[in-house]
Design a protein around this ligand. Structure first.
Ligand code: M6R
Length: 611
């Protein structure tokens, strides 16, 4: 998704902007650009494709050593208008007095554009964003912040916006509504970015803007107002991860690094949250009394993509451990379906980024209908985290690879601990809770055991890398993991992969099975295994090669399947996490064998901040 970086201070402006853009590349983009305020003019540089092309262009035109200035930069992921140099940001007004970069969508851009065209303004691009620069230019009356605020009052839609002007050298105006933006505070320098990853190498002190904030950013600090020009106060937060966390640290891809980080990431999700004395889980962020917990009679999990799959695993936890009815909703469906929410409903938005537009809208809808909203997020200070009544963080560290990996396993682990909290508040005994705590504490070690089999999984992946269709089948706790395994494969290898409940296969999809269509069967030694054996037989009878995940020591699949991926023995509560790690590795090695762009797959963005 689009990314914004801005800088004002003594460093080389192009170099600083490019450094920030490179750290945002993981979000996915198709073109990039920057605007530099220098020597009484705005220099605009844009390019299709990778930031490295922009770097070359900047180096050829202005050089990279342009110190002591102001600049804004952008990576664009096309929504309105094809990826092209003209449609790339920044956009400038006709007299080149103002330049803007914009994330989000201006919904009423067409009517605004017509009004501006009627005044004789000529548009260069097909983007919705370009209206903003012309509006700001029209509203300018000697004060840039006021011009931006006045222009934004005419706009419907979402924006994370940065503006520079010839009239205000040394100043960037930043504004947000529905699209994240933060200000980084340095010594005699300031930064803006749409994502903390762009700033962490320069400063850890940041201010997250709220919706309708308009900030005047200079090298000496920031002043924030709302759209009515009233001063507002925002706290300074500290980014708590190291710059190394957003680097590959010797791994070939971020995705592989993040897969391999899972023992530590899951360990961080668990740390300090399990209490042997009370036989319970606790979350500082969820300060509900036992009485308040007991009044929650229904849970709705709203999420998208991988986070929704984690939510689907969560449903089994809550139903089995706490006997609470759970619905798992695709967040877009939740927001538009007029869901029934009662005062005893807790809504759990699950989101790695905390910025997914549909999940955020679900949060607002749920809050509006009076639900208790408890988010499960990874990104600290993200919009979903801030707008939810409670937020339980994953502590998984930044996830850069577009394909979500460690966030999934941490989400599942957090949902398991949360279900345990609800279970203890109801019928779960102290003894059972101690058993579950002991199991949860083994997750880091068990995921490590899967990682230790990397080379074996790579060999299986290489064998099937040329297939063009795949099926993944699972049952019970492993059904959502089958969906997640298929999603991982299609995202990064572009192989058509479908996840199904194993029982559903014969209701239609089995028609597609043949010798070129491998089936990944999640056949761990868990309830339902016998039925899975029958499903595998059905696949074999159609000549499909079967790759099975099998519990260590289980010999029953030796002569039944083509290839085996061994999963350490564990209960159904832990198996989704451990099995998912194996499927992530499988997808990774298939994609690598096919020579795919693993960290930035085509057409995908890390966080989907538009509908
Ligand atoms: O940041 P979120 O967890 O809210 O993102 C939701 C989905 O967009 C995300 O999980 C997506 O499906 C990933 N690309 C999956 O790998």
């Amino acid at each position: 998704m689009c990314g914004i970086v801005g800088y004002v201070g003594l460093r080389s402006v192009p170099e600083t902007l490019l450094d920030g853009l490179k750290r945002l590349e993981y979000r996915g983009y198709d073109s990039s650009g920057m605007a530099l305020l220098n020597d009484g003019k705005i220099i605009e540089i844009k390019n299709i494709g990778k930031v490295i092309n922009l770097e070359k262009k900047a180096s050829d035109t202005v050089g990279l050593e342009l110190k002591n200035g102001t600049g804004i930069a952008h990576t664009r992921w096309a929504t309105h208008g094809f990826p092209s140099e003209i449609n790339a940001h920044p956009h400038l007004d006709a007299k080149h007095r103002f330049a803007i970069v914009h994330n989000g969508i201006i919904e009423n851009y067409q009517s605004l554009k017509t009004q501006l065209q009627e005044k004789g303004i000529v548009f260069k691009s097909e983007t919705d964003s370009e209206v903003l620069v012309h509006l700001i230019s029209e509203c300018y009356n000697g004060n840039l912040l006021e011009a931006v605020a006045t222009a934004l009052k005419k706009v419907n839609g979402t924006y994370g916006l940065a503006v520079i002007s010839l009239e205000s050298p040394g100043t960037i105006i930043a504004a947000r509504h529905g699209s994240p933006l933060l200000i980084g505070l340095g010594e005699g320098e300031s930064f803006i970015a749409s994502d903390a990853a762009a700033l962490v190498a320069f400063t850890r002190r940041v201010i997250y803007l709220n919706d309708h904030d308009v900030a005047q950013v200079t090298s000496s600090g920031v002043e924030i107002r709302n759209l009515d020009n009233i001063a507002v106060n925002r706290d300074i937060s500290k980014i708590d991860w190291e710059p190394g966390a957003v680097e590959k640290s010797g791994f070939e891809h971020f995705m592989l690094k993040e897969i391999c980080e899972q023992p530590e990431a899951v360990g961080n999700s668990i740390r300090g949250r399990l209490d042997l004395r009370s036989g319970n889980a606790h979350f500082n962020a969820l300060n509900l009394s036992p009485y308040e917990l007991s009044k929650i009679n229904r849970i709705v999990i709203a999420a998208c993509g991988t986070s929704m799959h984690a939510g689907m695993v969560g449903r089994y936890f809550f139903e089995d451990l706490a006997s609470i009815p759970v619905d798992v909703e695709q967040a877009a469906e939740f927001r538009y379906r007029n869901p029934i929410i009662q005062p005893d409903t807790m809504v759990l938005p699950v989101s790695q980024s905390g910025e997914t537009a549909d999940t955020l809208a679900a949060v607002r809808e749920a809050a509006n209908k009076g639900a208790i909203v408890t988010a499960i997020c990874n990104v600290v200070g993200s919009t979903i985290a801030r707008e939810s009544e409670h937020c339980i963080y994953l502590h998984a560290g930044p996830e850069i690879g577009v394909a979500s990996t460690k966030a999934f396993t941490c989400q599942v682990t957090v949902l398991l601990m949360l279900a345990m909290l609800f279970g203890r508040n109801r019928r779960m005994s102290y003894q059972n809770a101690l058993g579950l705590i002991a199991e949860i504490e083994t997750i880091p070690e068990l995921t490590k055991k899967v990682l230790d089999q990397r080379s074996g999984i790579e060999a299986v992946a290489k064998k099937y890398a040329e297939a063009e269709d795949f099926f993944y089948i699972g049952r019970g706790y492993l059904y959502p993991v089958a969906l997640e395994g298929a999603l991982k494969l299609k995202e990064i290898s572009y192989i058509h992969a479908e996840g199904y409940h194993a029982a559903e296969l014969k209701h239609g999809p089995i028609a597609l099975l043949e010798e070129n269509v491998p089936v990944v069967a999640l056949a761990n030694d868990l309830p339902g295994k016998e039925k899975m054996i029958s499903n595998i037989q059905e696949c074999r009878a159609r000549c499909s090669p079967v790759i099975a995940t099998v519990t260590a020591g289980d010999e029953s699949f030796k002569d039944l399947v083509s290839d085996i991926i061994t999963i350490p023995a564990c209960s159904q509560f832990i198996a989704p996490v451990v099995t998912a790690v194996a499927l992530q590795l499988f997808a990774y090695y298939v994609a690598k064998e096919r020579g795919c762009e693993i960290d930035q797959p085509r057409n995908l963005a890390k966080s989907v901040t538009v509908e």
